[in-house]
Ligand binder design. Structure first.
Ligand code: SF4
Ligand code: SF4
Length: 246
């Protein structure tokens, strides 16, 4: 297999073009009360960030925020053991120390992945469905900014051009999404380049334009009452009114 030619300098350029916030709402304030006060996507208890080793090289040259990830149980040891030689698992110092300019591509992209059709066309932003019960943003896709979607697209198009293995990864991941949703008898929500919702029929791969009622709502984000009950059960504190991003 051809070795990836992507470099640390390439990642620096990708970072420069991918700074938009997901939404004008600070979604971390909505999910953190359900996760011990820390945004769900910033905790290695929920997800271990795996990056290109050259991306880690870039980060190490810019900041002390990131270090090599230390596995803490059997599952995380397996993640590290199964990494290919050009990937590294890393961890940051936590949300309180976050440096906006030194977030990985994965941080900037969460909770989305590039959804790729059977015909291998990159047509939208799919969501990492395993987080739907913890990620508020995934139940509020109508609040995702179009500027963010444009930057996400541009970044992944450039990354795919630099590194064909990245494209293959998401071809496979999108196929896995179709299998999972097909088994669940659910449709796949995807945000198109124009910001409008598309719905994929997983068994055929067909795409249609979504309606208002197609926007996904997962528990405990289906309504305010359910959310408040979940926060109380988690022992968290409700966010103050108004969720504008800083
Ligand atoms: S993207 Fe989802 S998990 Fe991450 S901070 Fe926002 S609501 Fe929380
Ligand atoms: S760098 Fe920032 S956004 Fe990324 S995981 Fe750490 S705290 Fe979260």
């Amino acid at each position: 297999m051809a070795k990836s030619k992507v470099t640390a300098a390439d990642f620096a350029r990708l970072y420069d073009g991918f700074n938009a916030a997901v939404s004008r709402f600070d979604c971390g304030r909505k999910c953190a009360p359900l996760n011990g006060g820390e945004p769900v996507c910033c905790s290695t208890q929920n997800a271990v960030p795996v990056v290109h080793t050259v991306e880690f090289d870039l980060l190490k040259s810019r900041t002390d925020l990131w270090t090599r990830f230390k596995p803490y149980d059997y599952a995380t040891r397996q993640i590290v053991d199964e990494l290919t030689s050009d990937c590294t698992a890393i961890q940051c110092s936590g949300a309180r120390h976050c440096e906006r300019d030194n977030r990985t591509i994965a941080c900037r992209g969460f909770p989305f992945y590039p959804y790729i059709t059977r015909e291998r066309e990159f047509v939208g932003l799919g969501t990492y469905w395993v987080f739907e019960d913890r990620c508020w943003m995934m139940s509020n896709l109508d609040l995702v900014d179009v500027a963010y979607i444009e930057e996400f697209y541009a970044t992944y198009e450039k990354l795919f051009a630099l590194d064909a293995s990245e494209h293959r990864t998401y071809v496979d991941f999108s196929a896995a999404a179709r299998r999972v949703f097909s088994r669940w008898k659910r449709e796949i929500p995807v945000l198109g380049r124009d910001g409008r919702l598309r719905i994929v029929t997983p068994s055929t791969g067909e795409l249609r334009l979504g309606k208002r009622s197609d926007y996904p709502k997962a528990s405990p984000f289906r309504n305010e009452r359910e959310y408040r009950a979940a926060v109380a059960e988690a022992g968290g504190e409700l966010p103050k009114a108004g969720l504008k991003a800083a």
